[in-house]
Ligand binder design. Structure first.
Ligand SMILES: Nc1ncnc2c1ncn2[C@@H]1O[C@H](COP(=O)(O)OP(=O)(O)OP(=O)(O)O)[C@@H](O)[C@H]1O
Length: 566
C-alpha cells in the first residue's frame, strides 16, 4: 500500500503506533531472541555452578567415577552455543527492525506534518523541526528493541528463574520474587522518577543547539560581515553546555540506580547464600542444587542490571513521542471537505466576494470586504504599501487559509468544496523568496513540470532571459549550488519564475516576479511574459512600474479594500 492510500481508504490508522504494529512480527522475534539469550545466560551460570559444585564434592568424597559429567557438560556446551547464536540473531533482527521503524517513522512524520505547512509549520523554526525529525525519532525508533523488549524478556526470565527455584526450595523462590521486583522495577522506576521534566528539557536543549547551529551556518556570511560570529559561537557554546548539563543529570540518575542495584544485589545474594546453606544443612537441598540456587541468583541479577537503562530508554521514547505528536496533532489551517466536488473545467472565472480576513490572534482586518474578478486570460496587478496584505490575499487564493467571511469561487464553486491538491494543480505560484534547490538547472525546473522535455525547459529559460547564462554554465545539467549559491539574486529569481512558467496551470500568481532585476531586464521580461501567458490568467503582486499592456487592470490594496487604479 502506498503511503497516501492509507489516508484515502481510512482502513488503517495513521498514528505512530501503527508504524510499530507494521513491524510487530520482527519486534516479537527480537523479544523472543532477547529472552532466549538471557535464558541461555542464566541457565549457563546456574548449570555450571551446580555442575562445578557437584564435581568438586564428588571428587572430595571419592565418588568421581560414578559422577555424571556428560549430561551437564553437554548442557553447558548447548547453552553456550544457544547464547552465541541467539545474541547474534537478536542484534541482526533488532537492528534491522529499528532501522525500518526509523525509516517509516520519518515517512509518517513527513506525511502528517506536510499538510500543516506552511500555515502551521511556519511558526516552527527549521532547526526545531529537524531536531524532531532526527533526534526525537531516534529516541522513539528503538523503544521496543531497547526498552519494551528487554523489559518483557526480563519478566519472562524472572518467571522462569522463580519457577526453577521453587522446584528446588520455595523460600528461595520467594526471595527471587522480592529481588526481581526490587532490582527490575523498584530501582529503575526510582531512578527515572520525575525524570520526565529533565527529558523534556534535554530534548528542548538539543533542539535549541541544532537550531542555533543550523541558523548560524545558514547566515554565516551575514554573521561574518557583522562581526557577530564570536557572539554567535558563544551562544552555541552556551546551548551546548545546557545540553551537556541535562545529559549529565540523566547519567547521574542512571549511575545512582546502578549503585542501588549493586547494593541490593549484594544483599540479595548474601540472603540467597544463607538460605541455600541453611537448606543444605537441614538436608532439604542437595549441595549442587544449593549452589545452583546461588548461581541462578547471580545470573538473574546480572540480567536485571540492564533494566535501569531500558526504563530510561522508555522514558526518553515517551517524551520524544510526545514531542512528535505535538507537531502532527495540530489541526491544519484548512482541511479538505468530506464530500469534495470536482474543479470546474478551466477556463473559468476566479472571484473574491466580500472577503474578510485577519491573521489568527490579530484584530486588524487585512482584507475587509475584498471583491475581485479574474476572467480567463485576464492579467491584473495588485499594488499597495508594504505590509498591507497583498501576499495574504494570494495565500487565500491558494487556499493556504480560508476567509473569515465571504467566499472565493472558481467557476462559481466555493474553493472550500474542492480538494486542496486538485485546486493547487490549477495554480502556478511564484512566492516571495522562492527557493532554488540544491541540484541542477533541470532539477529545479522539473519541480514545475516533472515531465518537461529539454526543449520545453530551454524555451522557459529563454522566456525569463536565462538561456545565455544556462549555456555558459554548461547546459541543463549544470549544478546551481545550495540556495542558488552560484547564481545572482536576479538569476535565482528568474529560475524560480521559469519553474512556475513550466507548470501548465490556468492561473498564475506571481509575487514580485522581477525582484532583484534591473529595470530594462525587468521590463523586457514582463513584456515577454504577458505574450507567453496566452489564455492563462495572471494575478501579479508588484511595487514596480509595469510596461504598457502587461496587465489589463491594476488595483491598490488599501486599508483592506481593493481600489481599481487608472
Ligand atoms: N503567517 C502569518 N501570521 C501572522 N501574521 C502574518 C503572517 N503573514 C503575514 N502576516 C502579517 O500580515 C501583514 C501583511 O503581510 P503581507 O505579507 O500580506 O504584506 P504585503 O502587502 O505582501 O507586504 P510586502 O509588500 O512587504 O510583501 C503583515 O503585518 C504581516 O506581519
Amino acid at each position: 500500500m502506498k503511503p497516501d492510500d492509507t489516508k484515502r481508504t481510512g482502513l488503517e490508522r495513521d498514528d505512530m503506533r501503527s508504524v510499530f504494529v507494521r513491524h510487530g512480527g520482527w519486534l516479537l522475534l527480537t523479544t523472543v531472541l532477547l529472552f532466549t539469550t538471557m535464558l541461555a545466560g542464566v541457565g549457563l551460570l546456574g548449570l555450571s555452578g551446580g555442575f562445578l559444585t557437584g564435581a568438586a564434592l564428588a571428587g572430595a568424597l571419592g565418588a568421581g567415577a560414578t559422577f555424571n559429567f556428560f549430561s551437564p557438560s553437554a548442557g553447558i556446551r548447548g547453552l553456550t552455543m544457544m547464547r552465541i547464536v541467539s545474541r547474534y540473531l537478536e542484534k541482526l533482527v533488532g537492528h534491522d527492525a529499528t532501522l525500518r521503524i526509523a525509516r517509516d517513522l520519518r515517512v509518517w512524520f513527513f506525511r502528517r506534518a506536510l499538510p500543516l505547512a506552511p500555515a502551521r509549520l511556519g511558526s516552527s523554526r527549521t532547526g526545531e523541526l529537524l531536531a524532531r525529525l532526527i533526534s526525537d525519532i531516534s529516541d522513539v525508533d528503538g523503544a521496543v528493541v531497547r526498552a519494551v523488549g528487554p523489559l518483557l524478556a526480563l519478566v519472562g526470565i524472572a518467571s522462569v528463574a522463580v519457577f526453577a527455584a521453587a522446584l528446588i526450595h520455595w523460600p528461595a523462590a520467594l526471595l527471587l520474587v522480592v529481588l526481581a521486583l526490587l532490582v527490575g522495577l523498584g530501582v529503575p522506576v526510582l531512578a527515572v522518577r520525575r525524570g520526565d521534566a529533565n527529558e523534556a528539557l534535554r530534548a528542548r536543549h538539543r533542539a535549541a543547539l541544532r537550531t542555533m547551529a543550523y541558523e548560524g551556518l545558514e547566515g554565516i556570511a551575514d554573521l561574518t560581515a557583522l562581526h557577530a560570529r564570536d557572539a554567535w559561537t558563544l551562544q552555541v557554546d552556551a546551548a551546548a553546555a545546557q545540553l551537556a548539563g541535562a545529559d549529565r543529570r540523566r547519567r547521574r540518575r542512571l549511575i545512582s540506580g546502578n549503585m542501588l542495584h549493586s547494593l541490593l544485589s549484594g544483599l540479595g545474594l548474601l540472603g540467597m547464600l544463607w538460605l541455600a546453606l541453611s537448606a543444605f544443612e537441614a538436608g532439604k537441598v542437595e549441595a549442587p542444587m544449593a549452589a545452583g540456587l546461588v548461581f541462578l541468583t547471580v545470573a538473574l541479577l546480572e540480567v536485571a542490571a540492564g533494566s535501569s537503562l531500558a526504563w530510561q530508554a522508555l522514558q526518553s521514547a515517551r517524551v520524544a513521542a510526545g514531542r512528535l505528536q505535538q507537531i502532527v496533532d495540530q489541526a491544519p489551517a484548512v482541511s479538505d471537505p468530506a464530500h469534495p466536488v470536482a474543479v470546474p473545467t478551466p477556463p473559468a472565472v476566479l472571484s473574491f466576494e466580500k472577503v474578510v480576513f485577519a491573521w489568527p490572534g490579530e484584530t486588524r482586518r487585512l482584507l475587509d470586504g475584498v471583491d475581485l474578478q479574474l476572467a480567463p486570460g485576464e492579467r491584473i496587478a495588485i499594488r499597495g504599501d508594504s505590509g498591507c496584505g497583498k501576499t495574504t490575499l494570494s495565500a487565500l487564493m491558494l487556499r493556504l487559509w480560508d476567509p473569515e467571511q465571504g467566499t472565493i469561487r472558481y467557476g462559481g464553486t466555493d474553493l472550500r468544496a474542492l480538494l486542496q491538491d486538485d485546486w493547487h494543480r490549477q495554480i502556478a505560484w511564484l512566492p516571495q523568496g522562492a527557493p532554488v534547490f540544491a541540484g541542477s538547472i533541470a532539477d529545479n525546473l522539473r519541480l514545475g513540470g516533472p515531465n518537461a522535455s529539454d526543449e520545453a525547459m530551454w524555451s522557459v529559460l529563454e522566456q525569463v532571459r536565462l538561456q545565455e547564462w544556462a549555456r555558459q554554465q554548461g547546459g541543463l545539467l549544470a549544478w546551481v549550488g545550495e540556495n542558488g549559491g552560484t547564481m545572482s539574486a536576479g538569476q535565482a529569481r528568474r529560475l524560480a519564475l521559469a519553474r512556475a512558467l513550466l507548470r501548465n496551470a490556468p492561473l498564475m500568481v506571481l509575487d514580485e516576479p522581477t525582484e532583484g532585476l534591473d529595470v530594462d531586464t525587468a521590463h523586457a521580461l514582463l513584456i515577454d511574459l504577458a505574450a507567453a501567458l496566452g489564455n492563462r490568467s495572471l494575478l501579479m503582486i508588484t511595487h514596480g512600474e509595469l510596461p504598457e499592456g502587461v496587465v489589463q487592470r491594476e488595483y491598490r490594496l488599501h486599508r483592506g479594500q481593493l481600489l481599481q487604479l487608472g
